[in-house]
Design a protein around this ligand. Structure first.
Ligand code: C5J
Length: 223
């Protein structure tokens, strides 16, 4: 018999068992959150993502205290770009494309300073870090195996950006049978109306591909 807890969420409360729940923190990398990285190279105001950092940090601390599996993801490519399709590489200004040199090293390349997770959310030993070449965290990664090995059934998802990598990952996870809860205030977007619409899309139609909650509600359910 396992103790189930109830998470306050929309469109409906969600029972969960901490032992089969993972916190998945998507792409909280310097390349997306700090000036000089991939996000800014695409013409974005990266300061729009900073509001997600304190809630994500609070979630991370609560998940560690509750002994949840914590998984971090990073979007990026091999230095030789062999895992980046031309269709992805050819976008953006030639001087600011994936692989081009920037103030934080080559843009979106594994091993470069910009590819690192921001210091506030630095992974601890024992927390899997999933390097992904795409927007979704399941595509071409070992995430499914990592979750299966721990019998995970519920994903609490936060990170950036709401409508791109968070959405793609949640859509992938939902189709694979995971209950996916997106923590709205711990997600961020360069385009505020896309953040709002992205959250609304998940929980519409009875929770068409997931649930939406808040960091306060998740922390309350874990404590
Ligand atoms: C983007 C991401 N926005 N992590 N990546 O290209 O959402």
């Amino acid at each position: 018999f396992r103790m189930h807890r109830i998470l306050t969420a929309e469109p409906s409360p969600l029972p969960f068992d901490p032992a089969s729940t993972a916190l998945v923190i998507i792409d909280m990398q310097r390349d997306f959150l700090e000036p000089g990285g991939f996000g800014e190279s695409l013409g974005n105001d990266v300061s729009l993502l900073s509001a997600a950092v304190p809630p994500a940090k609070a979630l991370l601390l609560a998940a560690r205290a509750a002994r949840l599996l914590v998984v971090h993801t990073r979007e990026g490519h091999r230095p030789d770009l062999s895992d980046a399709p031309p269709s992805k590489l050819e976008r953006g200004e030639p001087t600011a494309r994936i692989g081009a040199p920037g103030p934080m090293g080559r843009i979106l390349i594994r091993g470069e300073p910009g590819h690192d997770i921001i210091p506030e959310l630095k992974p601890q030993d024992g927390e899997p870090v999933i390097d992904k070449p795409g927007k979704g965290a399941f595509y071409a990664t070992e995430l499914a195996e990592v979750l299966q090995a721990r019998n995970i059934a519920t994903l609490i998802v936060c990170g950036v950006t709401t409508e791109v990598c968070v959405h793609t990952t949640v859509r992938e996870g939902n189709d694979r049978g995971y209950r996916c809860v997106v923590v709205g205030d711990a997600c961020g977007s360069y385009i505020p109306e896309f953040h709002a619409a992205g959250l609304a899309m998940i929980k519409a139609q009875g929770g068409i591909f997931g649930w939406v909650s808040t960091s306060d509600d998740v922390i309350a359910a874990l404590s």
